[in-house]
Write a protein that binds this ligand. Structure first.
Ligand code: NAD
Length: 246
């Protein structure tokens, strides 16, 4: 199994792409640390990972809370003594046009989607440097490449995540750590629950494959990037959008 014995933290693993990634990692032999704001979802996913044959542990925390992130990482190190993979997947949307966007909407998205990625990565990086090995995978979006109507806050965060990825791949590559990002297009998860049906239908039409992506299709890419099969991929942004351009 390609992730056999690897200790992997997956943030936002309670549902959607993060849940599919946690399950996939468990099937591939990883020790999965399920991290999510939603306590019930964490315990369900820990059970699901164990049923998939993996070892799993859960933490119900908010990635925008630095102390909570540090406590989680300390606890993982206490138990497993290493951290091999970090998937910075937790993310939210608070959409509004520029003129209507409140400071609260702006701050909420930046706090989770950008600052949260900074928190978790800073919390694990010393350990990965000591190990001389590690993989950091960040959730960007096609919106972090092309921008999107109504998503000033989200676009800023997802462009920022690409900036993190390229910067950290330069800083950490010499220390044996690979850092990459995925930029998914429209993936069928609960994050799209606030998007009206007619907009979803239009999204589908924009995609040459004429369908939304499945969370498992993104999880497969995370699993590949996390594995040694991707040993020469560093600083990359892998677009997985069915060929869509915004
Ligand atoms: P989702 O809403 O289905 O799941 C996100 C998970 O993150 C939830 O379980 C939620 O509880 C958790 N979460 C939210 N805030 C958190 C916090 N502060 N701390 C810890 N956990 C928190 O979303 P998804 O569609 O699976 O998206 C996952 C990632 O992929 C996000 O970063 C998203 O921006 C990105 N993405 C999604 C799509 C898409 O179309 N679904 C497209 C591009 C990028």
């Amino acid at each position: 199994m390609r992730l056999e014995g690897k200790v992997a933290i997956v943030t936002g693993a309670g549902q959607g792409i993060g849940a599919a990634t946690a399950r996939k990692f468990a099937r591939d032999g990883a020790i999965v640390v399920v991290c999510d704001l939603n306590r019930d979802a964490v315990s369900e996913m820990v059970d699901a990972c164990r049923e998939a044959g993996g070892v799993a542990e859960g933490f119900s925390i908010d990635v925008s809370n630095r102390h909570a992130v540090d406590d989680m990482v300390a606890s993982v190190l206490d138990t497993y003594r290493r951290i091999d993979i970090l998937v910075n997947n937790a993310g939210i949307t608070r959409d509004a046009r520029l003129q209507k966007m409140t400071l609260q909407q702006f701050d909420d998205v930046i706090d989770v989607n950008l600052r949260g990625v900074f928190h978790t990565t800073q919390a694990v990086v010393d350990t990965m440097i000591e190990q001389g090995a590690g993989v950091i995978l960040n959730a960007s979006s096609v919106v972090g490449i092309y921008g999107n109507y109504g998503q000033t806050n989200y676009a800023a965060a997802k462009f920022g995540v690409i900036g993190f990825t390229k910067t950290w791949s330069r800083e950490l590559g010499p220390k044996g750590i690979r850092v990459n990002a995925i930029a998914p297009g429209f993936i069928d998860t609960p994050i799209l629950s606030t998007v009206p049906d007619e907009v979803i239908a239009r999204m589908r039409e924009q995609v040459p494959l004429r369908r939304l992506g499945k969370p498992e299709e993104i999880a497969n890419i995370y699993a590949f990037l996390a594995s040694d099969e991707a040993s020469y991929i560093n600083g990359a942004v892998i677009e997985a959008s069915g060929g869509m351009t915004l």
